[in-house]
Design a protein around this ligand. Structure first.
Ligand SMILES: [Zn+2]
Length: 339
């Protein structure tokens, strides 16, 4: 059963609520235990069901009463092998989930009262790794909705490096376009159109392989896909999509009319990257795209993100600080595979 549907796993809706639910590491461990074994602990070694022994000084470890072997609550989660107390992880997940804009590693370090910046940075990035569901569905696939796809350039400082030199990164996005019920308060804005789920990915270039390839990884076949008339999208019909290419999309007014929602997503993304993180390096951009996608797709359900973070984080592979900086770690892309 999805952890989000479990009424026995409450999530905090306010700061006092959080303090009441998760006063210490033991309370956090109990929550994790309940998430994994809703009907009570069952030993993965011998299969016996029943209350395990608990060690007060090691809240992340359960010992089977029958075979005496130990089971780690944190194995396979982003918290595994971490020296950071469970309550700090929970506090971190709560901060990430409850702040619609998220925060920088420096703000995060201050809020968590951590002495080392590296610890704050590591926690943030590990939780971000949990923001991608490895088995994430492709978007679209609904008859009443179409999907807009477009690409944009992000970041890159060009000052003092001469003309034509830039460090911008190409980002391709797909967004579901939904329609508000006629007569509701907001149905006048954008003709009543609004964004459903998004998918965002770094693209190597504007070739058909990159762009149409992105669509294939992010959007269900058969979906009506609207793009501009760039050749990189020309093969979409052949690849099984109901493709409409809008001519002269270089004209901002035409683009605004036919691809309004994707442009809204790009503008939100750029504001968020520049405002909160003051721009990010190309190396970590995919992680920020994942965070943006996570927040965007859960923006109507802000508090679900907390449990979702802890739940999703369970199966996700996450980087060590050394891996992050050696460049060995590849941030998962929006569709869950490593690029
Ligand atoms: Zn056992």
């Amino acid at each position: 059963m999805d952890v989000l549907d479990r009424a026995d796993l409450p999530f905090p809706e306010s700061l006092p609520d959080f303090q009441r639910l998760f006063p210490n590491d033991a309370a956090c461990a109990a929550y994790l235990e309940k998430a994994r074994w809703g009907d009570g602990f069952s030993c993965p070694h011998c299969g016996v069901v029943g209350e395990p022994f608990r060690i007060a000084t090691r809240p992340g470890v359960l010992t089977c009463r029958s075979c005496r072997r130990q089971t780690g609550l944190l194995v396979g989660t982003v918290m595994e092998r971490s020296h950071t107390p469970l309550s700090v992880w929970f506090w971190a997940a709560y901060l990430i989930a409850s702040q619609t804009q998220g925060m920088s590693a420096v703000q995060f370090q201050r809020q968590l009262g951590l002495s080392r910046y590296e610890t704050a940075f590591g926690i943030l990035h590990k939780l971000r790794a949990g923001m991608v569901r490895p088995d994430q569905d492709r978007i679209g696939g609904r008859a009443e909705e179409h999907v807009e796809v477009d690409e944009t350039y992000i970041g890159g400082r060009t000052r003092g490096e001469g003309r034509g030199i830039h460090h911008k990164t190409l980002v391709t996005a797909a967004v579901e376009v939904r329609h508000r019920e006629p007569g509701t308060a907001q149905d006048k804005r954008n003709d009543g159109r609004y964004a459903g789920r998004v998918r965002l990915s770094i693209s190597d270039d504007r070739s058909a392989e990159s762009l149409a390839g992105f669509v294939e990884s992010a959007v269900m076949p058969g979906t009506l896909v609207i793009t501009d008339d760039w050749s990189g999208y020309a093969s979409l019909r052949k690849r099984g999509y109901d493709h409409h290419a809008i001519a002269e999309c270089g004209d901002p007014e035409v683009a605004e009319e036919f691809l309004p929602i994707i442009h809204l997503v790009f503008s939100n993304l750029k504001t968020w990257l520049n405002g909160i993180h003051h721009g990010v390096s190309a190396k970590h951009l995919q992680a920020y795209l994942n965070e943006f996608t996570f927040r965007f797709n859960r923006r109507f359900y802000p508090f679900n993100a907390f449990r979702s973070l802890l739940g999703i984080a369970g199966g996700a592979e996450s980087p060590t600080f050394a891996e992050l900086y050696s460049g060995e770690w590849a941030h998962p892309t929006c569709s869950g595979y490593l690029r």
